[in-house]
Design a protein around this ligand. Structure first.
Ligand code: SF4
Length: 460
């Protein structure tokens, strides 16, 4: 399918071919699902909302609910206020959510709809019932990416709900509470991050938390608002945390800064804890903030170290190409480096020149091709010029993997053509063991496929 991608690389500034990102509202919608009894609401046309819902549904293999203002030509010209007012009325009377999280789309942003003003009007008309909330995030898709949309909605959660503290001296702290912004990761990852943090003896307020929302068990009954998600009370009490840990500079940092601004809760900006180094740093901060590193956590780490030692001859010197969301890609780059691999092509579709700086810092003298705001066409061209032993990225990498005949491990978002990713974590020591095993399987399957008869081994 992509066999005719040219090898010669021409500089492009105004054209993306196979972008390595999608649009902001998807991230905002996913983040909103992580609030308990929240209905995401797309202020724009029906088509946008359908695309965002279906894309999330295809990754999580779960029905994703969201409402829409369903713009028509009239709203596009005269503004979407009547649609949003009518939509909120319908949503509260029919679906009775505790929270409606409104995000905008390209269309409503271009018109310039003022969401706080419209929500103010909804309050004036008593459309929003007592004890219910409407929050919003601006998510224009012609800037940023789905990661930025996720970050914007997480920040809004802090803006709307975290109780303001007038001065640091007036702050009431629960010395056992730690706030965690988990980043744009799977529900399995959020569950695992909570498990690790709680294992240190701390009490976790995670926001958002989509575990128990988009990974619910099959019971034969449809539950419109599943049990999971961060409650409004938890969000209101963010100010009681000893710190807010933002996992991922792109997806989580702004929310932690917002909690700090509103309630003087110190922020800790960390990498996504994928791999051994980043997980160590995650636990180190938990320890610094009052947690205890238990024997069980040490055992998990030891098992990962053991696996790395046992398999280093298979990873050493292998060239790898990595693409996807910036927080994921940087963490994966560090993990591959720690395994002895050589990440020669590293790319994200999300903007932010910090990506290049960080990737260069991780790889040092071994840094190869690194690009932010790039696309998969560029990644394919890089690989044609310098082939790799393994490709890591989301489902969209499968075309490159097929065209170049490269082993491919699906990691990140979205994964549309496989199952299990939203149930099994990638973060933490256990996640790293799973990830390293999958990468090794891909490398060894390829070795077995190509091995001559006398080298077709039964033993690792
Ligand atoms: S890019 Fe804009 S118009 Fe297209 S689906 Fe996303 S929000 Fe809608």
């Amino acid at each position: 399918m992509l066999n005719h991608t040219p090898t010669e690389i021409a500089e492009r500034s105004a054209l993306r071919i196979n972008p390595a990102k999608t649009c902001q509202p998807i991230g905002a919608m996913y983040a909103a699902l992580g609030i308990h009894r929240c209905l995401p609401y797309s202020h724009g046309s029906q088509g946008c909302c359908s695309y965002h819902r279906s894309h999330l549904t295809r990754h999580f293999k779960e029905p994703v609910m969201a409402a829409t203002s369903a713009f028509t030509e009239g709203a596009s010209v005269f503004g979407g206020q009547p649609n949003l007012l009518e939509g909120l009325k319908t949503v509260f009377t029919t679906y009775s959510p505790d929270v409606v999280a409104v995000h905008t789309t390209c269309l409503s942003e271009t018109i310039g709809d003022d969401i706080p003003q419209i929500v103010g009007e909804a309050k004036r008309q008593e459309i929003i019932p007592e004890g219910k909330y409407v929050i919003h995030a601006n998510t224009p898709s012609y800037v940023g990416s789905h990661v930025v949309g996720f970050a914007n909605m997480c920040t809004s959660m802090a803006t709307y709900f975290a109780k303001e503290v007038k001065s640091p001296r007036r702050r009431t702290t629960d010395k056992h509470q730690i706030n965690i912004v988990p980043g744009f990761v799977d529900p399995s990852d959020m569950r695992e991050l909570r498990r690790l943090a709680e294992a240190t003896g701390l009490k976790v307020t995670m926001f958002p938390d989509t575990s128990g929302v988009v990974d619910t068990p099959q019971t034969g009954k449809h539950i419109f608002y599943p049990e999971g998600g961060t409650t409004v009370t938890e969000l209101q009490n963010l100010g009681r945390g000893v710190a807010t840990m933002a996992l991922g500079w792109w997806a989580s940092r702004d929310a932690a800064i917002e909690v700090e601004k509103k309630a003087y809760v110190p922020r800790e900006i960390l990498d996504l804890p994928i791999g051994i180094g980043a997980t160590d740093r995650f636990l180190k901060i938990l320890k610094f903030r009052g947690g205890e590193i238990t024997k069980e956590l040490e055992r998990e780490r030891g098992q990962l170290v053991d696996l790395i030692v046992d398999t280093q001859q298979h990873f050493h010197g292998k060239k790898v190409a990595i693409f996807g969301d910036p927080d994921h890609v940087l963490a994966l780059t560090e993990f591959c480096r720690d395994l002895g691999m050589v990440p020669v092509h590293v790319l994200t579709g999300t903007p932010g020149k910090r990506f290049g700086e960080e990737a260069n810092r991780i790889l040092g003298a071994k840094a190869g091709n690194i690009k932010f705001e790039g696309d998969l066409f560029t990644m394919h061209q890089w690989i044609k010029n310098e082939p790799v032993d393994l490709l890591l990225g989301n489902t969209y990498g499968k075309h490159i993997a097929r065209a170049q005949d490269i082993p491919f491990v699906r990691v990140g978002w979205p994964i549309l053509d496989r199952v299990g990713h939203s149930l099994m974590p990638t973060v933490g020591y256990a996640g790293a063991i799973r990830l390293a095993s999958r990468m090794l399987d891909a490398l060894l399957d390829r070795r077995d496929r190509d091995a001559p008869e006398h080298q077709f081994e039964l033993v690792l």
